[in-house]
Design a protein around this ligand. Structure first.
Ligand SMILES: Cc1ncc(COP(=O)(O)O)c(C=O)c1O
Length: 268
């Protein structure tokens, strides 16, 4: 009689946090991804290298973090940045003069400041909206709306947005839905499954978890979008150093247990 075949279980969140992008290092078998503290990588011949040439473009410690964050968010790719604002700035760099953004009216103050006081000068307009009623988002959409910037829960008022409903409104108008998932973290909320095109993090917060590093990240599924944002990441250069990438990666390993405790404490 044929033995029952048990299909392999998909790795859970905690397993991904510890293993995604983090195979033992082939050099010495280190089980923790090394801090590749180098600016440049040797090339056998011009353009012939092991996947890395210059550390702004890519660094193996950063790759491990990017792969891990993509796995935790249920995305296909991740891009790490030197801060949450650098990640926000990279997304903003996809816009052009005359473009319009519909944005939550209680997003992180630094996000609002970047749009209202830096990108206003290049002619990018924003309309802040209380997104708790998706109908108000629909009313704010214009022909030139390219992004719908969702933060949920918001910082500081903890407003909660129906991400699926708002992402649908964005897509109907041909705009991208960006979700700042910093406050929920991927342990409690995975916006890609709700229709988000880009998930943004200030990894400085729950993902880092130890108040010892500033970082940011973007996660998504669309390959064309990855190429566009990776180009900006390299061209504008807002990348994290290898030690910072390593610290965020270490923080992510304990995200699940910390979020469980945060949630229990909040309920109490
Ligand atoms: C929700 C949210 N998004 C983005 C940021 C910006 O991140 P960073 O401080 O890492 O640049 C913050 C920072 O407080 C935040 O709370």
């Amino acid at each position: 009689m044929a033995e029952d075949v048990v299909p392999p279980r998909k790795p859970g969140f905690e397993t991904l946090a510890i293993h995604a992008g983090q195979d033992p290092d082939p050099t010495a078998g280190a089980v923790t991804v090394p801090i590749f503290q180098t600016s440049t990588f040797a090339q056998e011949a011009v353009g012939k290298h092991k996947g890395y040439d210059y550390a702004r473009t890519g660094n193996p410690t950063r790759t491990a973090l990017e792969t891990c964050l993509a796995a935790l968010e249920g995305g296909a790719w991740g891009l790490a940045f030197g801060s949450g604002m650098a990640a926000t700035d990279a997304v903003t760099h996809t816009l052009s003069h005359g473009d319009h953004v519909v944005m939550g009216d209680d997003v992180y103050g630094g996000t609002y400041r970047l749009f209202a006081r830096v990108y206003d000068r290049v002619g990018i307009e924003i309309t802040p909206v209380d997104m708790r009623d998706p109908r108000d988002v629909a009313k704010a959409m214009r022909k030139r709306t390219k992004l719908v910037w969702i933060e949920s829960p918001t910082n500081p008022l903890l407003k909660v947005v129906d991400i699926a409903a708002v992402a649908e409104i964005a897509h109907k108008a041909g705009a991208l839905a960006v979700v700042d998932n910093t406050f929920a973290s991927p342990y409690l909320q995975q916006p890609i499954g709700l229709g988000a095109d880009i998930v943004l993090h200030s990894t400085t917060k729950y993902i880092g978890g130890h108040s010892d590093v500033v970082g940011g990240a973007l996660v998504g599924t669309d390959e064309e979008l990855r190429e566009k944002l990776a180009f900006i990441q390299n061209a504008a250069g807002g990348v994290p150093g290898p030690l910072d990438a390593w610290l965020v990666l270490r923080g992510a390993k304990t995200l699940a247990v910390r979020m469980d405790r945060h949630s229990a404490t909040a309920m109490a």
